[in-house]
Design a protein around this ligand. Structure first.
Ligand code: SF4
Length: 481
């Protein structure tokens, strides 16, 4: 087959159909509607099938992108799904929530001249439309070992999927009553519908992964207890980073101040889709301020709007150009009527006589020289403003929840209080300071992306299999894996 030259390509990706912004800001229905077959075929034809496909190295789980796109071009969606599944169990999820524009699409060869291939949109199309083959659990004469996976978010589930393929007996322990971790509690259904999560998790159960909910590691069991009392040969810690970060300014523990974690968990897991019939209603007041401008902040802003708050504002200390949120999320938030206060930082939350929020004092900022990551630093100006508000949501990132680290003697932490593990490279082992204990995902990195967590989960599975094959030799080295 002859593929096109760059100069023959459409300069833009096929547009993603979206729900109207006025209608969607009143409900939790999915905003992006997904490609039609015609859209997908047109977009797949924009891939020029490079001899050196740099897109693959931009994918944290190394999906063979040109090969799956080749299957799409000839309308073989099942073949495309098989290729993706070699590396990723969650195409419908990753196609929706991964920041492809900074990963595979940023590395796409054609992006030097025109818009990159819409890899994420094609992945989503395949995940949503291919008919998966019936699942056949892998058979082994003798199991390689018994592995406990703590946490059922993307890192834990990706590890579990591979561990089963390696011949391990795998049990996933989840602290909440539903499976999925941050996919469930952190991402609203208008970005990731719940039936997509259930469908992709069911495939794991079908291949033999056991899942136990309402089991809090650190309370229900401890990590040493899993090994000594329950007979696990190895443990993978993938419990996410559940402790919120605050600013340390006056008033931040007043009534009507939420962390993004609490706010999103209560909405996403306790009936946000069924607004206004929530089991545990959140009282939002009339004027909400969300602090931060990452994807979680965008989720909080857009959820607050959907819950009926007339005024919803984002306060962020840098400019829009430095905002960590995906460009699409920022655009969607603006279209839905969110007001942005860039270059402002909160200095005090004003509290009324009853102990509730009644406003916020903010300082105007200006940008100084770039910091060590190359982002320009926000600088004080000494100019202050008062913002009226009655609800504040902190969306400033998360840290490790100390419940697991404090109940595991000898488990070393890094300087941010997260678990210290060999992480961050394709050949990393995810090994911790404790024999047989591995860790990955947000509990190691702090809040990051779904696909980075899945990459860590896959590396941990590979290392655990090596550890078990080598008779539990410790420490484990990169060369052995
Ligand atoms: Fe296709 Fe872009 Fe990958 Fe080249 S780099 S194979 S154009 S997706």
């Amino acid at each position: 087959r002859n593929y096109r030259k760059i100069k023959e390509l459409s300069p833009h990706q096929a547009k993603m159909p979206e729900r109207d912004h006025v209608e969607r800001a009143r409900n939790f229905k999915e905003v992006n509607l997904g490609y039609s077959l015609q859209d997908a075929l047109g977009e797949a034809e924009r891939c020029i099938q490079c001899a050196k496909p740099t897109c693959i190295s931009g994918c944290p789980v190394q999906i063979d992108i040109p090969r799956f796109i080749r299957h799409v071009v000839v309308r073989d969606l099942e073949g495309a799904l098989e290729v993706i599944n070699e590396a990723s169990i969650f195409p419908s999820i990753c196609g929706r929530v991964c920041p492809q524009e900074t990963q595979c699409e940023a590395q796409c060869v054609i992006a030097k001249k025109v818009e990159s291939v819409g890899i994420g949109r094609l992945e989503r199309f395949v995940g949503d439309n291919a008919k998966p083959k019936p699942v056949v659990p892998p058979r082994f004469e003798k199991k390689l070992g018994k592995v406990a996976v703590c946490g059922s978010g993307p890192a834990g589930l990706a590890a579990a999927a591979d561990l089963v393929k390696f011949g391990c007996d795998v049990t996933v322990y989840e602290a909440l009553h539903v499976v999925g971790g941050v996919l469930q509690y952190g991402i609203p259904s208008f970005r990731l519908p719940r039936d997509i999560i259930s469908r992709e998790v069911q495939r794991l159960v079908d291949v033999g992964v056991k899942i136990e909910t309402n089991k809090v590691i650190g309370k229900t069991f401890t990590v040493p207890g899993l090994i000594k009392d329950k007979g696990y040969d190895a443990v993978f810690l993938a419990v996410g980073a559940g402790a919120p970060a605050f600013l340390g300014i006056p008033g931040e523990f007043a009534g009507q101040v939420y962390s993004a974690n609490e706010f999103l968990t209560r909405v996403n897991l306790m009936g946000g889709d069924k607004f206004p019939y929530l089991d545990t209603p959140i009282s939002l007041g009339k004027s909400v301020v969300v602090i931060g401008a990452g994807n979680t902040a965008m989720d909080c802003l857009r959820v607050a709007k959907r819950l009926g708050a007339p005024t919803v504002r984002c306060v962020y200390r840098r400019s829009e150009a430095e905002a960590p949120a995906r460009i699409e999320e920022l655009r969607h938030a603006k279209e839905e009527g969110i007001d942005f206060f860039f270059l402002h930082t909160p200095v005090e939350i004003r509290v009324d006589a009853d102990g509730n929020v009644q406003g916020m004092k903010v300082e105007e900022m200006e940008l100084g020289a770039p910091d060590e990551k190359g982002r320009r630093k926000p600088m004080s100006t000494g100019r202050f403003k008062e913002l009226e508000c009655d609800t504040v949501i902190y969306a400033l990132g998360t840290k490790a929840n100390p419940i697991i680290t404090q109940s595991t003697p000898g488990l070393e932490l890094n300087k941010w209080g997260n678990i210290a593990a060999d992480d961050g490279k394709l050949e990393s082992t995810q090994a911790t300071s404790l024999p047989g204990v591995f860790a990955g995902g947000d509990i190691v990195t702090g809040g990051a992306t779904v696909i980075l967590a899945m990459g860590a989960g896959r590396r941990a599975a590979r290392s655990i299999a090596t550890y078990l094959k080598n008779g539990k030799k410790w420490p484990i080295t990169k060369e052995e894996v």
